[in-house]
Ligand binder design. Structure first.
Ligand code: TXA
Ligand code: MG
Length: 310
């Protein structure tokens, strides 16, 4: 506890100084900076090598600051009460008088917002008088980090401070829902699509492509260990690591388990760690067993399909 408090104090010092730090969330670690500061947000894009046209998600403690930045509607309040803090991000209309840096939105009139659940990060947000812009703490197109060492592997000493909150409980990024007009899911994520739709009592569709709205991670390679990946594999090739979702009778050094009993939550939590480990062990290819396309399995499949476009 004492340690936590002194780390949060350190974090605040860096942030107030317009530096970026890494913060833990229940989904993945974020590379955070003051969302109201041009300087901080500029640094985030530079460190991540992120194209300026790809906007950032802004993280809030509660509705107090959010109300100054965005218009909120009934649908949002319903979802906020039910799922926040939690693994869901909302696209809302930005207010003209908002202090959000133009870097965050790429000068557009919408904002992605989220209320992360991790205790440390909530404590931190509660002590700040600005929200935190925080994309996943990885170099653009690579695998998102789910623990402190992953962030170190991505950035080395370039990120001056990491608030260590252990391993992310969910292990996949937040679900993104567009609440401007009819609700649409823009990114599958840690909150299951069915759970969201059951609650909303409408069928918010996952849309993969759109001309008029910004689409998360479209077109280019994402979540990639930069090794060829094959999906729905029954028999791996000799040079491939084999990623499995249920226990095999025999063991083999090249077997990597996401789960031993098809537990999809467990598999989601382990996915990015397993991909990083395989990369560290210098495999030249990855074969992945068929993952059931339901619940978080749908999000896992989305990520590995994008990662396989290498
Ligand atoms: O779980 C998460 O959401 C993590 C943690 C750190 O909170 N963050 C995260 O951020 O995944 P990032 O930047 O890696 O992914 C955010 C995605 C981007 O693909 C971006 O295109 C999309 O959100 N996005 C941001 N602003 C948007 C907007 N106004 N409209 C549509 N998509 C937007
Ligand atoms: Mg990302």
């Amino acid at each position: 506890m004492k340690n936590d408090l002194s780390n949060i104090k350190k974090a605040i010092k860096y942030l107030n100084n317009n530096d970026c730090i890494a913060i833990p969330t229940e989904t993945v670690y974020g590379l955070a900076g003051n969302a109201y500061s041009d300087k901080s947000t500029e640094k985030i894009f530079k460190l991540k090598k992120r194209p300026k046209k790809n906007p950032l998600i802004v993280h809030y403690y509660n509705l107090n600051l959010l109300k100054k930045d965005c218009f909120i509607n009934k649908e949002f309040l319903k979802l906020y009460k039910k799922f926040c803090p939690g693994p869901i991000s909302f696209i809302l209309k930005l207010k003209k008088e908002s202090l959000i840096s133009k870097n965050v939105t790429n000068n557009k009139k919408t904002l992605a917002v989220r209320f992360p659940k991790h205790t440390l990060t909530r404590k931190l947000l509660n002590k700040l008088n600005y929200p935190l812009a925080a994309p996943s703490a990885n170099i653009t197109s690579r695998i998102s980090p789910v623990k402190k060492q992953d962030v170190v592997d991505e950035f080395g000493k370039k990120v001056k401070f990491i608030l260590d909150g252990g391993q992310s409980k969910i292990g996949l990024e937040s679900t993104i829902i567009n609440l401007i007009g009819k609700p649409q899911i823009l990114r599958l994520g840690g909150l299951e699509k069915n759970e969201l739709n059951k609650f909303l009592k409408i069928n918010a569709k996952y849309i993969k492509k759109s001309k008029n709205i910004i689409m998360p991670g479209q077109g280019n390679l994402h979540y990639s260990p930069k090794i060829p990946i094959r999906l729905n594999v029954k028999n791996p090739r000799p040079h491939e690591a084999f990623v499995l979702i249920k226990k095999r009778k025999l063991s083999d050094k090249k077997y990597y388990y996401l789960s031993k009993n098809k537990n999809l939550r467990e598999a989601a939590k382990n996915l990015y760690t397993v991909l990083r480990e395989i990369k560290k062990n210098n495999f030249k290819g990855i074969a992945i067993e068929k993952i059931p396309n339901k619940g978080l399995g749908e999000t896992i499949n989305d990520r590995i399909i994008r990662a396989s476009k290498f």
